[in-house]
Design a protein around this ligand. Sequence first.
Ligand code: ADP
Ligand code: MG
Length: 335
Amino acid sequence: ATPAATMVGSTLSATNGVLFKGGDVLERVRGIDTVVFDKTGTLTHGEMTLTDVVVFDSDEMVPDGGNRAPDGGVLDASEREGSRESMVLAAGAAAESGSEHPIARAVVEGAQERGIDVGDVHEFENVPGHGIRAETDHGSVLVGRRELLADAGIDPDPAEETLTRLEREGKTAILVAIDGQLAGVLAVADEVRDSAKETVAALRERDIEVVMLTGDNERTARAVAEAVGIDPENVRAEVFPEDKADHVETLQAATVRTSRSWIPFGGKTERNTRVMMVGDGVNDAPALTAAHVGVAIGSGTDVAIESADVTLMRDDPADVLKAVRISEATISKVR
Ligand code: ADP
Ligand code: MG
């Protein structure tokens, strides 16, 4: 970019809540033909709330099969169900109490709001992209995705119907196992950001392909994709943190025929796809670096912001479109 382009770009960006790191970023933004959005914290607020606690019928889960109240009285069926729910939630919350993950915070807050005594966590292991292993007052607890339990030799299949139902509702459902036994399912939900849908529509109108990349499961991801207008075939779900950058590189290795009008040489050209990746998390940082343009949500993690070329100060997905518009306006003015 010429110094003039840099100046115009920076001036515009300062008043628009879009921060470009250097003038050549504008040129690169102008050339993109695909936008990849992270789901959690980017298309959604990333502030999750506990919505469901489902327990499986196992008498071994609760002392006395959950039949006894603390005062020694016998519980009726609904009280018994309630005490099992509390037990599963307490175990899950204890395990999650050492984690900063949005899921973990939702589970811990959900337990607090319900007045449940969570107890202590003695040992704790975070398995990124999978969940938590912990030793708690409630026993050995696993909380996380299907694979976390399967890897420990616990069959997650009996929970499949429950998981599927919750995931179709766009919720993230996680399994809880206590002392080697499948105990229940917790679900958390997140709200889609207000401008996500209109932004996806506006990008697509400009012939920009829109893709979702998430560690969350396929069904939840698809439900959110549908809500914001992303094609089901453009959903990349269950992607491990270390694989997000690979997905961006694979997209960029593909050839695209683009007819976007501001592409030089007659407006039609065949070349490698240029990806703009938008994310907020530590998980997204390598993908932000790998992309033609990395865009960080302003309230995201420091490492995401450091890895990005553009920062959205207002956490508003609509500012992705604004960045594209600024890059076009800047170039055409200078020319
Ligand atoms: P995202 O890419 O959506 O930010 P992550 O890669 O952090 O998601 O996590 C992927 C999946 O791993 C989650 O949807 C969840 O099933 C599981 N998981 C990760 N961390 C935790 C945790 N602390 N507690 C429970 N489950 C977790
Ligand atoms: Mg995220």
